[in-house]
Design a protein around this ligand. Structure first.
Ligand SMILES: [Fe+2]
Length: 148
């Protein structure tokens, strides 16, 4: 899938164009380039390969947050339906979150001590949540879901 990507930190714009400044690392617009293969997508969404099952994010919503009791729902993301490795030679480097194509958070992950998962606490009640993860060997993979 085509994407406009920050060459400094790997952030991928979901608005279709480069921002004035990268929301993750602050790099200027000229640090972005358009790539045809910025994001990997499955060849056949109804018949995923093992590699695809290990990389496409899985998103689940928790309507009642255990920490913020008023007006919070949690979005949990794990990689993937077959759990991705987290070893120093092969691991998930980060998970970026977007709401309605606007960047909201990046969770940096390190190998060995962590599982390939992250969560954000949402104040907004509805929209489209996008998760893009970056594997150090296999590139960036995306999942999008509507929630309310
Ligand atoms: Fe991988």
């Amino acid at each position: 899938m085509r994407g406009v990507i920050c060459k400094v930190c790997g952030f991928i714009s979901r608005t279709g164009s480069a921002p004035e400044k990268c929301p993750v690392c602050g790099a200027p617009k000229k640090s972005f380039e358009e790539r045809e293969d910025a994001i990997k997508i499955p060849k056949d969404a109804n018949n995923l390969s093992e590699l695809e099952k290990k990389h496409i994010p899985v998103i689940a919503f928790e309507k009642i947050c255990g920490m913020i009791t008023e007006g919070c729902q949690d979005a949990h993301v794990k990689i993937g339906q077959i759990q991705h490795p987290m070893q120093s030679e092969h691991f998930i480097q980060h998970i970026d979150f977007y709401i309605d194509n606007e960047f909201i958070a990046r969770v940096h992950l390190t190998p060995e001590k962590l599982n390939p998962a992250a969560a954000v606490h949402l104040k907004v009640k509805e929209g489209k949540l996008t998760a893009i993860e970056l594997c150090n060997l296999h590139g960036a993979w995306i999942k999008e879901v509507s929630f309310k």
